[in-house]
Design a protein around this ligand. Structure first.
Ligand SMILES: C[S@@+](CC[C@H](N)C(=O)[O-])C[C@H]1O[C@@H](n2cnc3c(N)ncnc32)[C@H](O)[C@@H]1O
Length: 196
């Protein structure tokens, strides 16, 4: 049974869930305070899925929001929600220092290595064997597109290992602070801010 069946989902696009809500709520609150006096703030949401988080940030802050996703169906849905979305692998097409903030609710579930990534929901959910197969390259590359005073909002699960992500972020030159968390029966979700 693949991850899509396990989670009982029937779509190619990840629909807003508790993790989306926690990231949207905490980032809007934090970013709203940072951008109050900065009308030209530009934000990137990586892996936008349905576009829910990007829409919330656009509606609740002064920022201009751009979104990316590897999944073309997600890009289509986000655009239909009015989000400026492009198909991209992580931050690859964007210019150096382009963003004041970058948000990411990554695929983070640890997954059996034999489990093939053969559908879009697998790409939305699976973080590979240790849960960090997408998070690690994100941490290694996001600094390039972030303004030196910018901030990353990264959602992490206890299933993925918050300490391991904080340590890896440190290796990539970021200091991490948790700004929100929420516990569920099988995991605790945490939103980290990363500053260079
Ligand atoms: C957990 S879902 C989050 C979706 C949405 N942001 C939300 O919070 O509801 C992860 C998203 O990341 C996208 N994704 C996975 N790998 C990616 C990559 N290398 N580059 C861009 N997006 C990616 C998936 O297609 C999926 O839409």
């Amino acid at each position: 049974m693949d991850l899509k069946d396990q989670r009982g989902v029937e779509t190619d696009v990840y629909q807003p869930a508790e993790d989306s809500e926690l990231l949207a709520e905490s980032a809007c609150d934090h970013l709203g305070k940072r951008t109050r006096d900065r009308p030209d703030t530009t934000v990137l949401e990586v892996g936008t899925g349905s576009g829910y988080v990007a829409s919330r940030v656009a509606d609740e802050t002064n920022a201009r929001v751009i979104a990316s996703d590897l999944n073309p169906h997600a890009v289509g849905q986000a655009r239909r929600e009015g989000v400026e979305a492009v198909r991209a692998d992580l931050i690859s097409p964007f210019a150096d220092d382009a963003f004041d903030a970058v948000l990411f609710n990554p695929p983070y579930l640890p997954t059996d290595p034999d489990n093939e990534w053969d559908d879009w929901m697998e790409h939305a959910l699976s973080g590979g064997e240790d849960g960090r197969a997408v998070i690690d390259p994100f941490l290694a590359s996001v600094g390039r597109v972030l303004d030196p005073d910018g901030v990353v909002y990264l959602l992490v699960s206890s299933l993925t290992g918050v300490d391991e992500v904080v340590e890896r972020a440190g290796v990539e030159g970021f200091s991490a602070v948790a700004i929100a968390d929420e516990s569920f029966p099988f995991e605790t979700l945490t939103v980290l801010t990363l500053l260079q």
